[in-house]
Ligand binder design. Structure first.
Ligand code: FAD
Ligand code: MLT
Ligand code: ZN
Length: 468
């Protein structure tokens, strides 16, 4: 570490912007699923773009590697420094101001450290809707959402974070600031630099501010929990409901009975929404600007589903409490699976028509090669994103855990690619998928990614060891 690094960083951000003590640093050094931990000489918390730029200039001059961090809810270890102790953590959590809400342009300008739930609330306060929604929304930041191109539950209707973003401001690895904070819906004036930074997992620059899109408020909502005979019927149900409800379906989540049973076992105050057990369940939500429309459409679609046999049973939430209870089950899955076992998480993207054949093939593979391992299968099937997770027991020795992790991942990911899918739909690559990425990206794609990295970060200062 450079001798006067801490002193120079203090000059840039003041004492309030530095965390030097171990207890204060602890929450920045271990990730949410507690898979990775690291060490750092200092957590730096700048309070403005100018301060971020000053920090990056110092790091550039001293060749100090930087790990950007938002809410530290990421699933791939991408926001955690290594164990060598030479990487600083640059947290955006003091840059947490909502700068502008524009109901004519339907945009909001925010600093990167604003918590996602606060963005949603500010939109609602202005009678608008910001649709990005995920289980970590009470603690993840919009900067982290941008850096991971987060997906969540409303992608089938509104797209992922990339689709919700108009402009970004980025501090480059050498401390220069790129002001791409444009609120334009059309801009073909050259290469799209914005999209380079979105999803780059902190490896190209620090996102400091963003302009995001707002949508008309959805005053009407109707939510149902549906028991279906199979995963194939769940996919057919999506197609059938879309022909009745059109774009008003804003969430269409699937979960296996095993998934539900794990949640009921580990998450307090959750109850089975339907009396009987079904092989799979769908949580579907319809929304519209008009209050009256969603319940009518949902009832019509579910009546047809029950009549045709695509659904065996369904319950519609009659009030917000029941709706929340359904979502509590869905959002409890991340925590519940950690308690049940050691989940090998698979964040597969597939063409929607390939979801059912993929699950059939994956179930057969697991049954043939790993019959002792339960599969916890759930996901955002409305947008083709399946979390086909395989649970290892907690008490495996290191060697056995590593062997099974390698073998299971290889089988599931090879299969996903055979179905022309992706090994990361929404969580990103980080550390978790870095080595596997080489197997699945062509030489051409890898070369292009490396060329971009070299062009923007020639000294390899930004989040070294992640993604590439
Ligand atoms: P962090 O975890 O702090 O960082 C994530 C990555 O972004 C790291 O590479 C970091 O270096 C980089 N980064 C952070 N901020 C910046 C910045 N300002 N500039 C540059 N780089 C930056 N994801 C989904 O997509 N869909 C889901 O449904 C979903 N559900 C989740 C549910 C739970 C319970 C949890 C814990 C996580 C879930 N996630 C989900 C993971 C998701 O990626 C994150 O929750 C979120 O997008 C990360 O935001 P964060 O602020 O916590 O970022
Ligand atoms: C989800 O869909 O709940 C998230 O992606 C989190 C997870 O996979 O645990
Ligand atoms: Zn997910």
């Amino acid at each position: 570490m450079h001798s006067n690094l801490i002193g120079r960083l203090r000059g840039a951000v003041g004492d309030a912007g530095l965390i030097l003590d171990a207890p204060g640093q602890a929450t920045y050094l271990t990730d949410w699923p507690r898979k990775w931990s690291g060490t750092t000489p200092v957590v730096v918390r700048p309070a403005s773009t100018d301060e971020v730029a000053a920090v990056m200039r110092i790091c550039h001059e001293t060749r100090t590697p930087v790990v950007p961090q938002g809410g530290n809810t990421g699933m791939t270890g991408a926001g955690i420094p290594d164990k060598q102790g030479g990487q600083i953590v640059l947290s955006l959590n003091r840059m947490n101001r909502i700068l502008d809400v524009d109901v004519v342009s339907n945009t909001m300008t925010v600093e990167a450290g604003v918590i996602l739930q606060q963005v949603q609330q500010a939109a609602a306060d202005a009678d608008r809707f910001f649709p990005l929604s995920l289980g970590a929304e009470g603690s993840c930041t919009i900067g982290g959402n941008l850096a991971t191109n987060a997906g969540g539950i409303a992608v089938l209707r509104y797209g992922n974070t990339r689709d919700l973003t108009l402009g970004v401001e980025v501090v480059l690895p050498d401390g220069r600031v790129w002001d791409g904070l444009r609120a334009l819906r059309k801009d073909n004036s050259g290469y799209d630099l914005r999209d380079l930074f979105i999803g780059s997992e902190g490896t190209l620059g620090i996102i400091t501010r963003a302009v995001v899109k707002l949508f008309p408020a959805q005053h009407g909502r109707a939510t149902a929990w549906v028991g279906v005979p199979s995963h194939g019927d769940a996919v057919q149900l999506l197609s059938m409901m879309q022909s009745i409800c059109g774009e008003r379906i804003i969430a269409f989540e699937m979960m296996s009975e095993f998934g539900l049973s794990v949640i009921l076992r580990h998450v307090a105050d959750t109850q089975r929404p339907l009396g009987d057990v079904h092989p799979y369940y769908v949580l579907v939500e319809i929304a519209d600007a008009q209050r009256e429309t969603p319940p009518v459409l949902l009832e019509e679609a579910l009546a047809k589903a029950l009549e045709s046999g695509l659904a065996h049973d369904a319950v519609i939430a009659v009030n917000d409490r029941q709706r929340q209870a359904m979502w509590k089950i869905r959002e409890g899955v991340s925590q519940a699976q950690l308690r049940e076992g050691n989940p090998l998480k698979h964040d597969i993207a597939l063409p929607i028509a390939q979801i059912a054949p993929f699950i059939d093939a994956a179930d057969a593979l697991v049954a043939a090669h790993f019959p002792q391992l339960p599969v916890l299968n759930f996901g955002h099937i409305g947008d083709g994103n399946l979390h086909y997770n395989v649970l290892l027991p907690h008490d495996l020795c290191d060697d056995e855990r590593e062997r099974l992790t390698r073998e299971v991942n290889l089988k599931i990911h090879d299969l996903a690619i055979a179905y022309r899918g992706s090994i990361s739909a929404e969580h990103g690559v980080g550390l978790l998928r870095r080595d596997e990425l080489r197997r699945y990206k062509s030489a051409v794609e890898t070369d292009l990614m490396l060329a971009i990295k070299r062009a923007l970060d020639p000294d390899q200062l930004m989040n070294p060891g992640k993604v590439l």
